[in-house]
Design a protein around this ligand. Structure first.
Ligand code: UD1
Length: 430
């Protein structure tokens, strides 16, 4: 079983380069099957979720050529199946994007219903509402979403909750519907805009992505394209918090600083220096950091995917912070693990009250999910002594070469897969 083992206490110093955005890439890969022509996608992160998505695309009959580690060519002219295997949907929820993509292109899709996940219940009622409004007949049969349409017809759709997944999914289907769709109360996340830009580069006519209302004029067909995925806002934010919590000084390169504003604002409140450049941001931590309050909200609010990383940072500030999680109900599972390192956090409902402590001490902890796992790693880098993080498969779903990038900043961390290797690491480091 692979683990990260680290010896904390070194401030992280240096430069790190951020990869492509996983959550944008998942939508883009699904949308890539909506044309019969070649699509080349660059700046894909080499992480597990993306690789599973690529396997799923191959499984339904499209050709996937890996041009290099971060570039693929997809040709979906040979798709034989509008039905996606259960195995993939269980591994990554984002394979629900196949519903919108297949329904748009073939007017037919059969995709197993994604189950719950460890950050809380994740309904897809708004996705289904959107497909129905476009004229599809959508049923849930033996655990799968079965959607068919004779014709998809543009419609006026108001989403009841702001959902990234529903916005992207319905936008994909509407791109190949007849007439105009107006989608209201949509998500404005950078990855929504990126998927819209990608579809437009294939000939779609989508306007307003990044605002509350998206207008989609359906086109008859989409064509091939070459596209580069935007940088990952959450990977960047994680390194920003790693700099802050270790009182380091890190230049985070290949980012879009505008996408990081909510995180930068909070780190400034905490007392860090945050310096923005055109495509980089430098974070300098301070010995004494202040508490602050945070509430996760849809973009441009503070991202739920950064909640654990900022919470561990606040757990080493001087004073009491409150963190309110308003997107997913089960995102505080790292709190018990962090307590083993000496933190003082009480959770009531969707609020964590964090009393800052002077320092953490290393411990053996378990990653409960992707972002919480990354948060425990950066906590370990700020802790005195050795920390072991188990269940790092979660972390590898979303961070490419996490330990190598941290090592590049001076972190003493290694990935090991046996007790023997962990012992060797301790002997080597002393
Ligand atoms: C969420 C994040 C997104 C992040 C992703 C991965 C927000 C708004 N979205 O997106 O930034 O990249 O997790 O961790 O922070 N909901 C419904 N019905 C639906 C769909 C969603 O009630 O049909 C609810 C969800 O339960 C949740 C909220 O809407 O409370 C947001 O869901 P959604 O944006 O779809 O989640 P993700 O797309 O997974």
């Amino acid at each position: 079983m692979e683990q990260f083992i680290m010896k904390g206490g070194n401030p992280l110093v240096g430069e790190v380069t951020i990869g492509g955005a996983k959550n944008a890439a998942l939508g883009i890969l699904a949308a890539a099957i909506m044309t019969d022509e070649n699509v080349v996608i660059d700046n894909l992160p080499d992480v597990r979720d993306i690789n599973v998505m690529l396997e799923a695309i191959q499984e339904i009959g499209a050709h996937v050529d890996r041009i290099d580690r971060h570039t693929v060519k997809i040709n979906a002219s040979h798709i034989k199946e509008v039905s996606v295997d259960d195995e993939f949907i269980r591994k990554i929820r984002a394979s629900y994007y196949f519903i919108g993509a297949l329904l748009g292109k073939y007017k037919s899709a059969e995709v197993p219903l994604p189950g719950g996940c460890n950050i809380g219940s994740r309904p897809i009622d708004q996705h289904l509402k959107g497909f129905r409004a476009l004229g599809a007949k959508v049923d849930v049969v033996r655990g799968a979403v079965v959607a068919h349409a004779i014709d998809l017809v543009g419609s006026h759709i108001y989403l009841d909750v702001v959902s990234v997944g529903a916005t992207i999914n319905v936008m994909m289907a509407a791109a190949l519907a007849e007439g105009t769709t107006i989608l209201e109360n949509v998500a404005k996340e950078p990855h929504v805009v990126d998927v819209a830009n990608f579809l437009n580069s294939m000939g779609a006519n989508i306007k307003g992505a990044g605002t509350d209302v998206i207008r989609i004029r359906g086109v008859e067909r989409l064509h091939g394209t070459e596209y580069s995925v935007i940088p990952d806002q959450i990977e960047a934010g994680t390194f920003m918090c790693a700099a802050a919590i270790t009182r380091g000084d890190v230049m985070i390169k290949n980012v879009i600083p505008k996408h990081l504003e909510a995180i930068s604002a909070k780190l400034l409140e905490v007392g860090c220096e945050v310096i923005e450049f055109d495509d980089a941001v430098r974070v300098v931590g301070k010995p004494k950091q202040r508490p602050t309050n945070i509430k996760t909200l849809p973009y441009p609010g503070f991202p739920t995917d950064m909640q654990p990383q900022i919470a561990v940072t606040l757990a080493l500030a001087e004073g009491t912070s409150m963190v309110t999680e308003s997107i997913f109900e089960n995102r505080f599972k790292y709190v018990d693990e962090l307590a083993r390192m000496g933190s003082n956090i009480k959770v009531e409902g969707n609020v964590a009250v964090i009393d800052g402590v002077r320092g953490f001490t290393g411990a053996q902890v378990e990653a409960p999910d992707l972002r919480a796992g990354a948060a425990l790693v950066i906590a370990g880098l700020a802790a005195e002594g050795y920390t072991v993080v188990d269940e790092i498969g979660y972390i590898q779903r979303g961070y490419e070469c996490f330990e190598e990038k941290l090592q590049g900043l001076g972190a003493v961390i290694e990935k090991v897969d046996s007790e023997k290797d962990a012992k060797k690491f301790r002997l080597k480091i002393g």
